[in-house]
Design a protein around this ligand. Structure first.
Ligand code: GLV
Length: 334
């Protein structure tokens, strides 16, 4: 039996490539360039599966032009790069990589919160610029973290991880808002209290965004929501670009209507709103919340395991959609 053919759309760990080569005929994007939709489509000709990252857009046009493609395995928990409805209709299985990155990403959310509240990057820039000539009483006075109120919007696995770090490690009062309220057991574990989004924005000292991106969630935090926040509050976004209106946030930071922000994700990334690059009270990182060597390998391996399962005609391990059966059968017949 001939081996199925797959594409690895970006450069990943050699050990996971070697694993995939045992199962498939593998093409790797060694250059690690983010391909245009046209190049990606051309590279996908004759491929049964593809391992993607959040940078590759999978939509109806691409799927129609790749009739043999059966599975797209995203190496990310978020999959807003997928047009899920189009994939469903086209009979293509989508998968993601949840769980393996939860604790690593929650660590990073907390690191960004700490760096933002305590002005770590701002003060480092000051020191590196040679401006530190003497100690002074109010120098880089930041916001308290321990004992403060932590507001989490989006209380999935990562949100719960951040809640536990805040409640148990830093004695924070944790409030959260989510599409649905957690079970009493989970609320007790996270020491978290469910509130409306408005109450959360008005009360929290630190607001952390960890909700998935959907078109309905676009600009969950815009000018009106920023106006509800305390002038001393910080905003942390480790969710997705587009959940925050970055232009409105830059304006609020410039006018010091909130104290500071920590951002790992941006609207239109890797481009960053130019005003965010010039305001001092923001910590900026290039979408690295899950970036540890161990977690990256686990994410890539999970995507690889999904490819092996689906192309071996077994159920996906972490499916994000249910492909239309008739359309799927056509793809297997190509
Ligand atoms: C990263 O942003 C992910 O969704 O895994």
């Amino acid at each position: 039996m001939t081996k199925p053919s797959i594409l690895i759309a970006r450069a990943i760990s050699p050990s996971v490539v070697a694993f995939l080569q045992r199962h498939f005929v593998v093409t790797v994007n060694e250059s690690d360039e983010v391909w245009s939709p046209e190049t990606l489509t051309a590279q996908l000709q004759g491929k049964d599966g593809v391992l993607t990252t959040g940078s590759e857009r999978i939509d109806a046009a691409l799927l129609a032009a790749c009739p043999q493609l059966k599975v797209v395995a995203n190496m990310a928990v978020g999959y807003n790069n997928f047009d899920v409805a189009a994939m469903e209709q086209a009979g293509v299985q989508g998968t993601n990589s949840p769980d393996v990155l939860t604790e690593t990403t929650a660590d990073f959310g907390f690191a960004l919160l700490m760096a933002t509240a305590r002005r770590i990057t701002e003060s480092e820039h000051y020191l590196r610029a040679g401006k530190w000539t003497k100690w002074s009483y109010e120098m880089f006075s930041g916001a308290e973290v321990h004992g403060s109120t932590l507001g989490i919007i989006g209380m999935g696995r990562i949100g719960q991880g951040i809640a536990k770090r805040g409640a148990h490690g830093f004695g924070m009062q944790v409030i959260y808002h989510n599409r649905s309220q957690l079970s009493p057991e989970l609320e007790a574990e996270c020491k978290a209290r469910y509130v409306s989004q408005q109450e959360l924005l008005q009360t929290a000292d630190h607001v952390v965004l960890v909700l998935p991106y959907t078109p309905e969630n676009r600009h969950t935090i815009g000018a009106a929501e920023l106006a509800l926040m305390k002038p001393t509050a910080t905003l942390i976004n480790i969710a997705r670009g587009g959940i925050v209106d970055d232009a409105a946030l830059a304006q609020a930071l410039k006018e010091q209507r909130i104290a500071a922000a920590g951002l790992d994700v941006f609207e239109g990334e890797p481009k960053v709103h130019p005003d965010l690059l010039t305001v001092p009270n923001v910590v900026l990182t290039p979408h690295i919340a899950s970036a540890t060597a161990g977690t990256r390998i686990k994410m890539a391996q999970m995507a690889a395991d999904n490819l092996v399962a689906v192309l071996g005609r077994k159920a996906a391990l972490t499916a994000v959609n249910t492909p239309d059966a008739a359309a799927q059968a056509k793809r297997w017949a190509v």
